[in-house]
Write a protein that binds this ligand. Structure first.
Ligand SMILES: Cc1cc2nc3c(=O)[nH]c(=O)nc-3n(C[C@H](O)[C@H](O)[C@H](O)COP(=O)(O)O)c2cc1C
Length: 363
């Protein structure tokens, strides 16, 4: 259930075009006004993943706070971690507007923003200003559209943000920068990951203090592609995988308006595909490599199901557009209630309990 005030707020925001509504929501968060009750803190929800201590497994996915303007306000909504970005070395306008579309009947969004962002320098300034604050803030890095050497843009992102970020996400899965997803192919991926790991070594020195690097993949990969990604992640010692970004697929949509807009689809229709890919990657990577499950999470049950399919951590974005800013607190509260009812000492106990089911679903 969405609280009444929040529902009214959503109705008002939905009369605006999606990008204006998004800008307003960032402005509201910047005011620092308490928007909803704090999420519960409980040892049963806490996890240590990739050497980081997460207060709970639910994070806000990249793309909401592209410019690191409100990471602390997002943590204040109940998220256990916030991922800012995607940031590219130089500021970028992105694609012409309109470039975000709501598919209301499907609880989905199509976006073709194209990495609009303020660039590394501005984002670094903002993160430096909050450096002493607690909370896990990851930085998602990308490449400028016109970069001659795209891998060099990722190296620059690692060098810039490794000293400051809780973790770094190498995002090669946006469908809105032409050719970017080609970096997921075996040879290019091998080169990218080798150079990223070397850039991190140079940036932080001793391996013990190395900032974890996660790789974020598309849900539109074949079984052979997934084999290649898994092999390279293991070979290069990447610290974790984020599954998944938006999809190019348009299966099973009931919305007519905007369904054919070019771009990446997120939200409820992405849940099954992204969860099936997540379970396949858990099978390929084994139990030790951290995986973050993203795509179509919009309530406690879908968040728990990502964990059952093999995720250590979960993220969401589109769910918050439809269900409002109190969603994080409601999901975290629901997870705690579930742990109590089931007598669990840790929510991580349910991980992989539906791995076989999800790994058997078609992609
Ligand atoms: C408007 C919008 C902008 C996004 N921008 C980014 C981005 O800059 N970088 C990124 O890695 N993912 C981006 N994403 C993808 C999300 O992080 C997430 O992987 C995807 O939307 C699936 O999760 P969801 O169904 O909970 O939204 C964006 C998604 C949306 C809807």
């Amino acid at each position: 259930m969405i609280p009444l005030l929040e529902w009214a707020g959503r109705q008002a925001l939905f009369t605006l075009d999606p990008e204006t509504a998004h800008g307003l929501s960032i402005t509201a968060l910047k005011t620092g006004m308490p928007i909803c009750a704090p999420a519960p803190q409980d040892a049963r929800l806490a996890l240590r993943i990739a050497g980081l201590d997460f207060p709970n497994p639910l994070g806000v996915a990249a793309g909401y706070d592209k410019n690191a303007e409100v990471p602390d306000a997002l943590l204040g909504l109940g998220f256990g971690f916030a991922e800012v970005g995607t940031v590219t070395p130089l500021p970028q306008q992105g694609n012409p507007r309109p470039r975000i579309f709501r598919l209301v009947a499907d609880g989905a969004v199509v976006n073709r923003l194209g990495f609009n962002n303020d660039g590394h320098a501005r984002c670094l300034e903002r993160l430096t200003a909050r450096k002493t604050r607690p909370g896990i803030v990851g930085v998602n890095i990308g490449a400028n559209k016109d970069a001659e050497d795209r891998i060099a843009d990722y190296e620059a992102g690692i060098r810039r943000f490794a000293p400051l970020a809780s973790y770094l996400t190498v995002n090669i899965s946006s469908p809105n920068t032409p050719g970017l997803r080609d970096l997921q192919g075996r040879e290019r991926l091998a080169e990218l990951l080798a150079r990223v790991v070397e850039a991190r070594r140079q940036a932080v020195g001793e391996p013990a203090r190395a900032t974890p690097v996660f790789l974020k993949i598309a849900p539109d990969l074949t079984e052979a592609d997934l084999d290649d990604v898994a092999a390279e992640v293991l070979d290069k010692g990447i610290d974790g995988l984020i599954v998944s970004n938006t999809t190019l697929a348009r299966d099973g949509l009931s919305s007519r308006a905007h369904a054919r807009e070019p771009g990446g689809l997120s939200g409820r229709p992405l849940f099954a595909r992204s969860t099936a890919v997540l379970a396949r990657m858990r099978r390929r990577l084994g139990p030790a490599v951290p995986i973050v499950g993203v795509g179509g999470v919009d309530d406690t049950e879908t968040a728990l199901e990502k964990i059952r399919a093999g995720a250590d951590l979960v993220q969401l974005y589109t769910g918050m557009i439809y269900r409002g800013p109190s969603l994080a607190g409601r999901i975290v509260g629901g997870m705690l209630k579930f742990a109590e009812q089931e007598g669990l000492t840790t929510i991580a106990a349910i991980r992989d309990s539906r791995l076989d089911h999800w790994a058997g679903q078609p992609i």
